[in-house]
Design a protein around this ligand. Structure first.
Ligand code: HXC
Length: 259
């Protein structure tokens, strides 16, 4: 976390992060942990979750995990119930769980397209739906992790583009519908981030140099830079931010299609 951010920014708040066992989502969880939040992460792979929970505790947080595939609504509901049992109703939900692979549109099977839609879009809905009652109690907030593909087509990402565009519209719809309950909904749109599984997958198409050329700032983000912005959006500093798609991509969205 950036040294200018108060160590008490999220003191005693509880943040639930789907897909929090690795990558950008773990960076978001760590940023929240380092400014006082309690963390609950969920994902499919217990080993990853265990290791990530240790990292979060190393940041000074109380942390717990729940094994759940976001495609399974009842598993998600159970994970959120576990969080409430441990820490009380959550203050923030981060919908980060995502799936990705590179493939030309004509080679993606119905099942392949559906797998990504189900993880990214339906999975985000499952999390928000299951968290609603807790967030209503705390007047909490939801942060969706979107992607640049939702605005600008990337080659061989038709399934992800469709899913992330859906995630952004889910976010806006909930901002409208749940705003009156005091629940804010926003999305964060990371650009290329160093050391993440998502970039490893996308790098099969283009080298790091080509990606970097598309970024006006001339470099990839560090995971902590995404985490810091996410923690601020979750915090009371963003109390009047609702329905916003916050792009944290070094200006890449302005540089045109990646194709
Ligand atoms: C074509 C593929 C494929 C590929 C999988 N499929 N990989 N099709 N090319 N490379 C097809 C399979 O053939 C199958 O269809 C269907 O997708 C489901 O595959 P399964 O492996 O059975 O599903 P599952 O185990 O549920 O895996 C889901 C997944 C996988 C999305 C396919 O990649 C996954 O679990 N990913 C999670 C981790 C991840 O992706 N992390 C990166 C997220 S980063 P058939 O028809 O054969 O049954 C991210 C942001 C990046 O999303 C943004 C950067 C800017």
């Amino acid at each position: 976390m950036h040294g200018l951010v108060s160590r008490d920014l999220l003191r005693d708040r509880t943040v639930f992060v789907s897909g929090g066992g690795s990558g950008v989502n773990l960076a978001i969880a760590k940023a929240c942990a380092s400014v006082g939040a309690n963390l609950v992460i969920c994902g499919r792979t217990e080993e990853k979750l265990k290791a990530a929970t240790k990292e979060l505790e190393g940041c000074g947080a109380q942390a717990a995990y729940a094994v759940a595939d976001v495609r399974d609504a009842s598993a998600v509901a159970a994970a959120l119930a576990t969080a409430a049992d441990r820490f009380g109703p959550i203050d923030a939900l981060v919908c980060g769980a995502a799936g990705n692979f590179l493939a030309p549109a004509e080679r993606i099977s119905s099942n392949g397209f559906r797998a990504v839609m189900d993880i990214d879009l339906l999975g985000s809905f499952h999390c928000a739906h299951a968290a609603f009652e807790q967030l209503r109690q705390t007047r909490g907030t939801i942060l969706f992790v979107s992607g640049g593909q939702s605005q600008m087509p990337f080659l061989h990402q038709v399934h992800v583009a469709a899913a992330k565009a859906g995630v952004d519209q889910l976010m806006r719809s909930l901002a409208l519908e749940w705003g009156p309950y005091g629940i804010r909904s926003n999305s964060i749109v990371p650009g290329p981030v160093n050391g993440t599984e998502g970039m490893r997958r996308l790098a099969e198409n283009m080298t790091k140099e080509v990606w970097t050329e598309m970024v006006p700032l001339g470099r990839f983000a560090e995971p902590e830079e995404i985490g810091t912005m996410a923690a601020v959006l979750i915090s009371p500093l963003a109390a009047y931010v609702n329905g916003a798609q916050v792009v944290v991509d070094g200006g890449m969205a302005m540089s045109g299609s990646s194709g």
